[in-house]
Design a protein around this ligand. Structure first.
Ligand code: IMP
Length: 436
């Protein structure tokens, strides 16, 4: 067995940290890119030359010919959306023949999306602010042991039988609880038949494919979706997604042992954003927030919703580093901060009269926490062409160094624009073996 050469890339805030760009950059050197949780609630925008790709299920590695791309068992997959994504890629001559779906991944079906939307409506002002993609109901069905899985896409007879068993219950809930009209079995079968024909050849034992690559020393990249603070266990519950988003989930969400995970790179924006409801201590509701939203184009890839924006929060970043076992940081969108007179960085919180520098164990307390800021001088220079850290203005370097010190993990990668070329790997770096 050769030495394991794997890297997990995870979001270390509330999602939308720019993981797609970082993963795309690192995927150029990877043999395999695997997603291990979430579904099409994720939206990665990858800019490659004049092309902009919006990926929801498909790992960013798909843009590199020859890279094996896997959708792991921890994912929930919407077959109709996945087919559209494949068509979009193929239209632009991207080869998708190296993409495989775990037979154990669960399916997001029409009623999951309807249940998600109806439940949000019912919650009114208390809504979670989900992406409305049916993620929660699909994971709930998985936990209730009544989900349908990708394996069933290969055997349409079996799928039809199982759907016929489960649909009356889903319709009962939809009709009786939510007043929704429900779904017709024959119409659903007609809807899914062509999609399953397209996807069935891609259904595979992805855990085995992955183990073979890992054990033969290939470079294996795990692509996280969402972020640490949206984790079902460790996030700001209930304002979270329904899967485990931390690095350890890469093991259970793909079916490899924990020895398969060597390093974890946490992706963070140089500031903070959040979509949906829930606590966000460093949120800026006025001028600074507007500046970050406009300059950073902070509108959701999946839903188009404006993102809530605020300053970098080292308290949540330290927490994310701990729960993920981060071995390095990737700081994205540093260029967005150019033009600010001063830049704030929260190093601790004031909660109920006391100063704390760790995230409260009871995350409900976060709504009562006020950030305590260190204030840094800003910079005006356009930094989007910097190719090494020393090209950056002194003020930007000081800010980055303070961020690194406050989080306690080395910044290994800095992104100064959406293009692959606008990426700085700080030296020396453990990432060299990936990009070299
Ligand atoms: P769900 O994952 O659609 O159930 O949404 C639950 C929460 O996670 C909501 O606050 C969403 O806005 C958030 N969320 C889900 N996926 C993403 C993502 O890819 N980026 C940022 N937030 C997300």
């Amino acid at each position: 067995m050769k030495e394991i050469n794997s890297l997990v890339v995870v979001g270390a805030q509330w999602g939308d940290e720019g993981k797609g760009k970082v993963i795309d950059y690192l995927a150029a050197g990877a043999d395999t890119v695997t997603r291990f949780q979430g579904g099409n609630n994720a939206g990665h925008t990858v800019v490659y030359g004049a092309n902009i790709f919006k990926l929801h299920h498909v790992p960013s590695g798909i843009l590199n010919p020859g890279t094996l791309c896997l959708l792991g068992n921890g994912m929930v997959v919407n077959p109709l959306v996945l087919v559209r994504e494949l068509e979009e890629l193929e239209k632009r001559s991207i080869d998708t023949s190296n993409l495989f779906i775990s037979e154990k991944a669960h399916l997001i079906l029409t009623y999951h999306q309807a249940l998600d939307e109806e439940n949000e409506k019912r919650l009114g002002n208390d809504k979670i602010g989900t992406t409305g993609r049916g993620i929660g109901p699909a994971y709930a069905d998985k936990a209730l042991r009544r989900g349908l899985r990708a394996a069933e896409m290969v055997d349409f007879e079996l799928f039809s039988r199982r759907l016929a068993e489960i649909l009356p219950l889903q319709n009962l809930i939809l009709r009786e609880v939510y007043g929704h009209s429900g779904f017709n079995l024959e119409e659903m079968l007609d809807l899914y038949r062509p999609a399953f024909e397209r996807l069935a050849p891609m259904v595979s034992d992805t855990g085995l494919l992955l183990a073979r690559d890992l054990n033969s020393g290939k470079k294996v990249l795990f692509e996280g979706a969402q972020g640490a603070l949206l984790d079902i266990d460790h996030g700001t519950y209930p304002y979270v997604t329904s899967s485990s988003t931390v690095s350890a989930a890469a093991a259970s969400g793909t079916g490899i042992g924990m020895a398969g995970i060597r390093r974890a790179l946490g992706v963070l924006k140089a500031y903070t954003t959040r979509v949906g409801e829930g606590p966000f201590p460093t949120e800026e509701r006025e001028e600074a927030g507007d500046f970050l939203r406009e300059r950073g184009n902070e509108f959701g890839t999946t839903t188009g919703r404006p993102r809530r924006c605020g300053w970098f929060d080292a308290v949540i970043a330290r927490y994310a580093a701990r729960i993920n076992g981060l071995t390095g940081l990737a700081v994205t969108k540093l260029d967005v901060l150019s033009g600010l007179e001063t830049v704030n960085l929260a190093t601790s919180y004031r909660c109920g009269g006391s100063l704390i520098d760790e995230l409260p164990g009871n995350l409900d307390q976060l709504v009562h926490c006020e950030p305590v800021y260190e204030v840094f001088p800003g910079w005006d220079e356009d930094i989007s062409r910097a190719t090494q850290k020393s090209d950056l203005p002194g003020a930007a370097i000081s800010y980055l160094n303070a961020l690194e010190e406050a989080v306690g993990v080395k910044v290994e990668l800095i992104s100064v624009g959406p293009d692959r070329a606008q990426t700085i790997v700080t030296q020396p770096s453990t990432l060299n073996s990936w990009i070299g």
